[in-house]
Design a protein around this ligand. Structure first.
Ligand SMILES: Cc1ncc(COP(=O)(O)O)c(C=O)c1O
Length: 385
């Protein structure tokens, strides 16, 4: 069989075999509705409670401060709109490099009369806490800044921003979909009032995620119906998903630190290899404050889609920009916000490494990238991209 290398872990990850094993009985044996009073229901409820306890212990929060949702997108919608709508009107601060789940929630609020400041970032994709301070107004009612950027991996100074938010008495939402279970997230030290996290980025199943809501935080629901999740998010709980998320978190608690070190070293080996062999390349994102497994590289005057397809033919999976906008011919909004010139930004390719990535994989990718980029450049006059 031909070699296949998956370097798109920021888009999604394979479900860990231990997670699959833990979930299986909840499809066929323990299938009751957790809201039902009979034994089948009580068994399902016990599983949901146990998983909630696991996630709460990992985040060092109270179980009742967690609400399970259907995905990172729903958590972000809930976090941003829930905080704003609970306050009725006012001003929201976010950044230009957020995931579209936050950006478009903010735009939806604008359409309802809220005002929004989209903060700029520096060349590394980082928000300056002083810009947050300057943007604060008497009517500011929420701040939403992501923990790590999914495209370039830059980790934002959320601790400093959280301190500003606390001093100003403004609730702080953080999209931690790319950091939860990968790097340390401390909602207390970071003064976070609402935190989006997800399962399928950390070897758990798709269709399940969550929002931490600090006790006492005013937040309205965005999904209405029954009394589920303490009346904060209606809908029958995704019991197998919640069980899977609980197990995935338990595994991350065990493996996270060692894996971050291993994957960082592989990422650096890959970038060093590419830099040594391929001319006209640059690494995007912050040099030190970054996710362990993410390397976003621009190849000047080459279209990223061509590289992605060329590598796909060799069995290598990477992404052009972020997975959520793949297929779009627009340069990534993140790279544009970072001021990356168009002739570089159009050639951005993100590799995101994970627990199965090996040294051999990385060396194969370096050799393949070298060949593919050189072939594309030979076929195309410089500057024609
Ligand atoms: C930072 C960030 N936020 C939110 C999301 C949305 O998650 P999902 O597409 O799983 O709903 C993603 C997904 O890539 C992400 O990377």
């Amino acid at each position: 069989m031909n070699r296949r290398v998956y370097l798109d872990h920021n888009a999604s990850t394979p479900v860990h075999p231990e997670v699959v094993a833990e979930m299986l009985p909840y499809f066929s044996d323990v299938y009751g509705n957790p809201s039902s009073v009979h034994g089948f229901g009580r068994d399902a409820r016990a599983a949901v409670d146990a998983a909630r306890d696991r996630v709460a212990a990992f985040l060092r929060v109270r179980p009742e401060e967690l609400v399970f949702t259907s995905g990172g997108t729903e958590s972000d919608n809930f976090g941003v709109k829930g905080l704003a709508l609970a306050r009725g009107s006012g001003h929201v601060i976010t950044s230009r490099v957020e995931h579209h789940a936050v950006l478009r929630s903010a735009q939806a609020l604008e359409a309802q009369g809220f005002t929004v400041t989209y903060l700029p970032v520096d060349q590394y994709g980082m928000v300056d806490p002083d810009d947050v301070r300057r943007a604060l107004r008497p009517d500011t009612i929420a701040i939403s800044i992501m923990h790590a950027n999914s495209e370039v991996g830059t980790i934002q100074p959320v601790r400093a921003i959280g301190a500003l938010a606390r001093d100003a008495g403004v609730p702080f939402h953080v999209d931690a979909v790319q950091t939860f279970g990968k790097v340390e997230v401390d909602v207390h030290a970071m003064n976070i009032d609402a935190l989006s996290f997800s399962s399928h980025k950390i070897y758990g199943p798709k269709g399940i995620a969550g929002l931490y809501i600090r006790r006492g935080t005013k937040m309205v629901s965005i999904q209405h119906g029954g009394e589920h999740e303490r009346r904060r998010r209606a809908g029958t709980e995704n019991v197998p998903g919640i069980v899977g998320l609980g197990k995935a978190v338990e595994i991350r608690a065990r493996d996270m630190k060692a894996e971050a070190e291993r994957v960082s070293a592989l990422r650096d080996r890959m970038w060093e290899g590419i830099r040594a062999r391929v001319p006209d390349v640059r690494l995007n994102g912050h040099p030190t404050e970054r996710l362990p497994g993410t390397a976003n590289v621009c190849y000047r005057n080459v279209e990223s889609e061509s590289i992605v397809l060329g590598l796909d033919l060799k069995g290598i999976a990477v992404s052009a920009g972020s997975a959520c906008t793949a297929g779009s011919v627009e340069p990534s909004h993140v790279l544009v916000a970072m001021g990356v010139p168009l002739d570089w930004a159009m050639g951005a390719v993100r590799s995101s490494l994970g627990r199965s990535t090996t040294t051999e994989d990385v060396d194969f990718v370096v050799a393949s990238v070298t060949e593919v980029v050189s072939r594309i450049r030979q076929a195309m006059p410089v500057g024609a991209a």
